[in-house]
Design a protein around this ligand. Structure first.
Ligand SMILES: [Zn+2]
Ligand SMILES: [Zn+2]
Length: 252
């Protein structure tokens, strides 16, 4: 698997773009979240909207979904040889998020008699239902209340070839949703929300280091961080955790 970090910053980043990724799974491109900075981050990473085969949406904050409407619309209004050749967008989402997501998209997409379903296909997952992309199995886990109280949110796990990767999404309280239960000796990477300021909706570096056992530190990949990341590089190096950098392609 190849991972292209389009952006690695938090919601208010000015320098690192929103925490959105493209995962190349065999020949398929899976976009992880579509924040408002996607319109720049995608092209700067060398991709076009039409390259994307699937989009996963973790929750409905603007840094994860604010760029989705434009992407969906641009794909629908794709022209080939002067002919309107609409490309529907396939969105992977937990079934609980379907209705609020469609409601959000409907504001911009529903006009001239079209509905959201004219633009999008949805692949609905739940705690027991996963999705296969080639040899990769994509499954979601719920983190509702562990990021923001009362807000639906989800992380995911990809399993392949006796390996797996866990992606927390935005999270504050790892213990509340028992993130460790998704991790085993076959886990090669844990993409983890790491903030450098103490706040009510994201876990800070101390909380992350306090939650995970020492033997997992080398598998932790800090993401969704503040722009003052350089001030914390000493601490990150000392803890021997990894950090995801924008446009530094990762391979597992
Ligand atoms: Zn976020
Ligand atoms: Zn969020």
């Amino acid at each position: 698997m190849k991972i292209y970090p389009l952006g690695v910053g938090g919601a208010f980043t000015k320098t690192n773009y929103h925490n959105n990724y493209i995962m190349q799974l065999d020949e398929k491109y899976l976009l992880i979240d579509a924040g408002t900075t996607l319109r720049n981050s995608l092209s700067e990473a060398g991709f076009n909207y039409i390259d994307i085969d699937y989009v996963f949406i973790s929750h409905l904050h603007f840094d994860h979904v604010g760029g989705l409407e434009e992407m969906v619309m641009q794909r629908f209004w794709y022209f080939e040889n002067g002919q309107h050749s609409p490309i529907k967008t396939t969105i992977i989402v937990h079934e609980k998020l379907l209705s609020p997501l469609k409601k959000l998209l409907s504001n911009g997409l529903e006009n001239q008699g079209r509905t959201v379903d004219d633009f999008c296909n949805f692949i609905l997952l739940n705690d027991g239902k996963d999705f296969k992309i080639g040899e990769y199995t994509f499954s979601v886990f719920e983190t509702t209340n562990a990021h923001v109280e009362g807000l639906l949110s989800f992380g995911f796990k990809i399993i392949w070839d006796a390996q797996n990767l866990v992606f927390t999404g935005d999270i504050k309280h790892m213990q509340m949703v028992n993130i460790l239960r998704h991790i085993n000796e076959q886990t090669v990477a844990i993409f983890q929300d790491v903030s450098f300021t103490t706040n009510g909706v994201h876990s800070n570096l101390q909380e992350v280091l306090g939650y995970y056992p020492l033997n997992l530190y080398e598998k932790l990949y800090a993401m969704h961080y503040n722009d003052n990341v350089e001030d914390y590089m000493e601490q990150i190096k000392e803890a021997k955790i990894q950090i995801v950098r924008r446009q530094e392609i990762l391979e597992f």
